[in-house]
Design a protein around this ligand. Structure first.
Ligand SMILES: [Zn+2]
Length: 506
């Protein structure tokens, strides 16, 4: 049937051509030749493009490699990858170009090092349940709504909402079971049996950590000392202050009866102990009290297994190194403090090796840092030119008076605060404006992080796993992302880029 149709068509065409004039034949042939030329040119360019893509993608392009962490910060000896140089050819993420200098954390006790690096039954139990062990041995509790992500992925410490750090009085009452710092006044075996009751997945053989903390931790010593004082003077009032500043001038207040490295214990009613932000422990009280995240005792009291010798956390009195500070900003911020602590330096690091507890510490540090930024905004509304929002304020007052409500103190969160609803809204509007000007995007590229990238695996020490080292994972991801953007924008792999938008999710 088909062959019949083809032969009929050929017959018709032959008849047509026999009828056409010389001119018509010339036109037909030149049109055909032009079409042929175009087709050949297209085929040639397609082939060239295919060759180019093949040669780049398959054979000639080697996998991007950041190498090893061999670069060292001259000021604080933090380790870096070469690609982490900033635009002024410096490494500044660790100590802010030499401005921040913190005392080194003390040598890790052998027992903790063994538990984190060995493969024995005890060590594995400790590594799996390190957060329970820490909670059992802590002096202050950390409360947050823990919401693990769904699915069967590796462990991820994720919280929702606010974090509270709470501290209990020295003695428990009938309503509350003894816990946290209170346990250090019991003898070791009783304290441990109570801890195991509260944390059934812990092993009693690992609870020798209690003995370790009693010998080296100044907070444990302070609790015990206060208990002994009360035993010897049962009738007088005793209170203990964890001092914000160890060099506090005690003559302004009544001289403490007893003083340890971190605490002053006051006996008697006369005189006021230093007030405001210091943590005060009374013998008996109503339940737990919140302690400020701005207090330098916060970290060592919540994380005794990360800071077994009670090394102090951030305090608002920390100043930049004198010879490198600038005239205006000379205090160490929360962000700078944690950036210094989280920087990788050579040698064994108790902090970085502590797995799930390290994750918790990082989350806690982030919440504290964001909290202090929010606090700044709350206290500096004038500098943020809130008067520009006058119209908004008027609208709110009118609405409130219509509904018979009272307007509270208004705090404006500027759109420059990353992650705030207004920042999201602004970025979204910007992105849409770009789409309207430049048209719909030609490329939609998704770039994911691979925890098995050799750079990440090479940076793991001992029994560390990538899921427990979010600091390393994000640094490698950032380097690879910058390289991808350079490929697209500077090296024009897909041609000239007129506009681009990107967002990082994690
Ligand atoms: Zn440094």
């Amino acid at each position: 049937m088909n062959s019949l149709r083809t032969s009929q068509y050929n017959l018709r065409r032959r008849e047509q051509r026999a009828r056409e004039s010389l001119d018509e034949r010339f036109q037909r042939r030149s049109a055909r030749n032009a079409a042929d030329r175009l087709r050949r040119a297209r085929a040639r360019s397609d082939q060239q493009m295919a060759n180019r893509v093949n040669s780049q993608a398959e054979t000639n392009v080697s996998e991007h490699d950041c190498g090893l962490m061999t670069e060292i910060c001259n000021f604080c000896q933090a380790l870096y990858w070469r690609n982490e140089l900033n635009s002024s050819n410096k490494y500044t993420k660790c100590c802010h170009d030499g401005k921040v200098r913190l005392p080194n954390l003390a040598e890790t006790p052998d027992l903790l090092k063994e538990l984190l690096t060995n493969n024995s039954l005890e060590a594995r139990n400790y590594q799996n349940h390190i957060r329970e062990y820490n909670a059992a041995l802590a002096f202050a509790s950390m409360g947050a709504e823990v919401k693990s992500p769904p699915g069967n992925g590796p462990y991820c410490f994720r919280i929702h909402g606010q974090i509270y750090h709470r501290i209990a009085p020295l003695y428990s009452n009938e309503r509350f079971k003894p816990g946290y710092g209170q346990l250090y006044i019991f003898d070791a075996s009783e304290a441990n049996s109570r801890r195991l009751e509260n944390n059934p997945s812990c092993l009693s053989s690992v609870m020798k950590l209690d003995a370790l903390l009693r010998t080296i931790n100044p907070y444990a010593k302070s609790y015990l000392q206060m208990h002994h004082l009360i035993q010897s003077n049962p009738t007088v009032n005793v209170k203990m202050i964890f001092m914000e500043h160890p060099d506090l001038d005690m003559r302004r207040y009544n001289a403490p009866t007893s003083r340890t490295e971190v605490a002053a214990i006051f006996v008697g009613d006369d005189g006021e102990p230093p007030a405001n932000r210091d943590i005060c422990i009374y013998p008996i009280g109503e339940g737990c009290k919140n302690i400020s995240p701005l207090n330098q005792c916060n970290d060592p009291m919540v994380y005794p297994l990360l800071f077994p010798r009670g090394e102090q956390g951030w305090s608002n009195e920390m100043e930049h190194v004198e010879e490198r500070r600038s005239a205006k900003r000379n205090r160490v911020t929360h962000l700078q403090f944690y950036a210094y602590r989280l920087s990788v330096r050579s040698g064994f690091s108790l902090l970085h090796s502590s797995g799930k507890l390290f994750q918790q510490y990082v989350v806690d540090a982030y919440v504290k840092t964001e909290g202090s930024r929010l606090n700044y905004i709350r206290l500096n509304q004038k500098d943020l030119r809130v008067e520009f929002y006058r119209g908004l304020l008027d609208a709110l007052t009118t609405r409130a008076s219509n509904n018979n409500l009272r307007v509270g103190k208004l705090v404006i969160l500027p759109s420059s605060f990353q992650g705030s609803p207004r920042s999201m809204q602004q970025n979204y509007q910007d992105a849409m404006a770009m789409v309207r000007k430049f048209g719909r995007p030609d490329l939609f590229v998704t770039f994911t992080c691979n925890p098995s990238w050799p750079e990440i695996l090479n940076a793991m020490q001992g029994r560390e796993r990538p899921e427990n080292r979010p600091d390393i994972v994000v640094r490698v991801f950032k380097m690879k992302l910058s390289e991808l953007l350079d490929d697209l924008i500077k090296r024009k792999v897909f041609g000239c880029v007129t506009s681009y938008i990107y967002v990082i999710e994690f």
